[in-house]
Write a protein that binds this ligand. Structure first.
Ligand SMILES: NC(=O)c1ccc[n+]([C@@H]2O[C@H](COP(=O)([O-])OP(=O)(O)OC[C@H]3O[C@@H](n4cnc5c(N)ncnc54)[C@H](O)[C@@H]3O)[C@@H](O)[C@H]2O)c1
Length: 355
């Protein structure tokens, strides 16, 4: 809910948001969350602060984290700055006594991310990482059919993130995107980390990764295309491709070839559902229900939250219930570890093995 003098804040998380790019999705989510009060935001950019205040005139907008923390008695903040600043600001915030929700990835390398985990342990503050695609509606029957054994063992996973990003996207906001120092990489780190996270959710612990990367269609420092093959402790294998050079409108494709069936998704929608022994009617029914995407699903399942709304709701519940958030800093580190290994493999020409 939004801050106003009339709001009774007892029992609610007093929430602040640092960075007003994707931070505006956190704003929208906090504004409708019944477990927190959006008390303040901060951004160095005057235009973004003014746009925010045009929509939310009663919520104060500060320049910096320090100004916001000094002026407001906050319980928690979202860190929505360029990636290479995440760990520094997350640690500062936890040391100043607030719980922290960090946008993905935790930072640009595993080494830079580790102090966030240490700070959470040392301060006792909650630290969550944003991976909102875990709540994509089309995944529901897949998670279920994997956990109850209906699909059987996974033999092969294919994951392809084929997105379009133009030159203006990379040039915007000081040009931090696509740089190693502030974005940690290109199409794999920035756009595909959500799908790497889903791959780990679906396929379990990886054993090794072998990757190649290319810079094909942009004037950036890192990559705009990667191809990887992975092996998993379960014995399964996967391919993972990422690019920001695709024709506009092409999305994310996921497929699982399993012992008892085959399932495929396009972003948040189920596109194929084939189960040994299932009738065509049963398959069609599953597709009709789960091929609608998150927006329509929101209407279908009243009360269910998707995307950033679900992440903020879970994070505030974790604070109020004194439990770990759905994606803790330790868990948020895993996709970052895989991506850094992919870059190491592409640079060295070697297969990288995970401990
Ligand atoms: N979960 C998702 O789907 C998703 C989507 C987009 C971006 N992201 C992540 O969110 C992060 C931010 O991305 P973005 O697209 O919003 O970037 P952005 O450049 O649009 O926004 C960053 C904001 O931070 C502000 N800022 C920079 N330094 C600051 C400082 N020291 N103090 C206060 N404000 C400061 C900038 O003025 C800018 O408004 C990145 O890590 C990105 O990977 C996640």
């Amino acid at each position: 809910m939004l801050y106003s003098k009339e709001v009774d804040q007892s029992g609610l998380v007093r929430y602040g948001i640092l960075g007003l790019g994707i931070g505006m999705a956190h704003v929208g989510a906090a504004a409708v969350c019944n477990k927190c009060v959006l008390c303040a935001v901060a951004d160095l950019d005057e235009t973004r602060r003014a746009n925010f205040n045009a929509e939310y005139p009663d919520v104060p907008a500060y320049n910096t984290l320090e100004e916001m923390l000094a002026a407001e008695n906050l319980d928690a903040v979202s860190i929505c700055l360029p990636t290479g600043m995440h760990a520094d600001y997350a640690v500062r915030a936890m040391e100043a006594g607030v719980h922290v929700l960090v946008e993905k990835p935790i930072d640009v390398t595993v080494e830079k991310a580790l102090p966030v985990i240490e700070a959470a342990k040392k301060t006792g503050k909650k630290c969550g990482v944003v991976f909102q695609n875990r709540y994509n509606f089309g995944l529901d029957p897949v998670y279920e059919a994997l956990s109850d054994g209906t699909l059987g063992k996974i033999f092969l996973g294919t994951f392809a993130v084929k997105w379009h990003r133009d030159a203006a996207y990379y040039a915007a906001n000081g040009g931090w995107r696509g740089t190693w120092e502030m974005d940690g990489g290109g199409s794999l780190m920035n756009q595909s980390i959500h799908t790497v996270d889903l791959m780990l959710q679906l396929m379990g612990k990886p054993k090794s990764i072998t990757s190649q990367m290319r810079l094909c269609g942009h004037d950036i420092e890192s990559e705009d295309l990667t191809v990887s093959t992975l092996t998993f402790e379960s014995g399964a294998v996967a391919t993972f491709t990422s690019t920001t050079c695709a024709y506009p409108g092409i999305c994310t494709e996921i497929s699982l070839t399993c012992e008892n069936g085959y399932v495929a998704l396009d972003t948040d929608k189920l596109t194929l559902w084939k189960l040994r022994g299932a009738t065509p009617e049963e398959e069609a029914e599953k597709l009709a229900r789960y091929s609608v995407g998150n927006r329509k699903a929101q209407k279908l399942c009243r009360g269910r939250l998707f995307g950033h709304k679900r992440v903020i709701d879970d994070f505030c519940s974790a604070i109020l219930e004194d439990r770990d958030p759905a994606v803790s800093a330790e868990e948020g580190l895993l996709p970052l570890r895989v991506i850094c290994a992919a870059y190491e493999s592409a640079k060295s020409g070697k297969t990288i093995f995970f401990d």
